[in-house]
Design a binder for this molecule. Sequence first.
Ligand SMILES: Cc1cc2nc3c(=O)[nH]c(=O)nc-3n(C[C@H](O)[C@H](O)[C@H](O)COP(=O)(O)OP(=O)(O)OC[C@H]3O[C@@H](n4cnc5c(N)ncnc54)[C@H](O)[C@@H]3O)c2cc1C
Length: 345
Amino acid sequence: MESILVLTHADETGSALTKASLEAITAGLDLAARLSAPLTIGIIAADATNLTKGLPCAVLAVSGEAFAQPRYATDAAACEALCRASAATIVLAPGSSRFARVAATVAHRLNGLIDTHITNLNVGAIGGTGTLEATRWFYRQRVEAVLTRDARPWFLLLDAGTHAPFAATDAAQPAITEVAVELPALRTTVTGIRAPKQDEQTIRPDAKMLFVTGAGWTKKQPDGQTHVPEASDLILGFLRLTGASLGSSKSLVDQGGEGQPVLPFLTHLNQVGQTGATPRHAKGLSTCCHGEEPHVVGWRFIADRRAISLDPNCGWTRGKADVVYVADAFPVIAKINELLSATKA
Ligand SMILES: Cc1cc2nc3c(=O)[nH]c(=O)nc-3n(C[C@H](O)[C@H](O)[C@H](O)COP(=O)(O)OP(=O)(O)OC[C@H]3O[C@@H](n4cnc5c(N)ncnc54)[C@H](O)[C@@H]3O)c2cc1C
């Protein structure tokens, strides 16, 4: 019979589990019910005492200041200890940078196997009745595969945004069983985190909306001129007012290398598509972008797709977007920003 462990960790404040950890708990609860298997939640935090509200299962924790911050040696040791203490056959964990860094090591130490970028868990019949099936995408989200494995323990790193975050329905706090870890030799001292200010950070995986900019923003407009500074103000204004995440076409982020006018806040990290990212958001609005296949393939997980383009024959109008506004994005976004500002005021 299977037994399931969900590995989780606290966020930077230490006072809550990360959203991705809460998503993994949802996946664990659902899977445990479907497999009729016992479930354990493993927590790594400075202090796990207030992180267990409403968890309807056994909780193991590795606690202490050494585990407050991400560090390879301590995270690997903590995960290993939790896995050994639970003796789980299936280990679920969020694909956070913290766990993605150590999960393969831990799987190896436990003589198990690991699969990453898991988007769905099912109980089916591919590997025999009632076996666990894990889904992931290959070849830039073009081929979806369903995996089964006989090897145990089987580690599965879950992609963020694929499950609803666990929300406690009661205030009961299950007892925590502390798992002791002998600290390994520590060569790394975490002195702090250096990160861009929130409003400089344009990639926001948790945002409801993706706002994509295409090369059209920097092209000559009907008056024969380019309007890059105005485009920059409109885009940043829209992001500020909506909290949307900023994506880009490849052509636009490539322009910097070609010496053409560019939007300074865009980097290749913003690029969406075949050779870029495949973000997950409930809605997407594409602007000044042609909607070519290598770009649109990155929109696979955007539920409601809209586009604003001057070209009535662009790729978006050929069945790739739910709604296309054939219009000049400059006045459209200016008007939207004006309306949003008025609403906020
Ligand atoms: C192997 C390979 C991999 C690739 N990978 C990617 C990838 O990962 N991501 C990606 O994006 N591309 C990728 N591409 C490139 C892709 O094929 C397209 O060339 C690119 O996406 C086009 O970008 P664009 O729509 O911004 O620019 P353009 O094709 O120049 O289109 C600009 C659009 O803006 C419109 N426009 C101009 N002014 C306005 C205005 N005022 N209002 C409204 N609309 C306006 C124009 O009508 C035009 O439709 C790849 C290509 C190859 C060959």
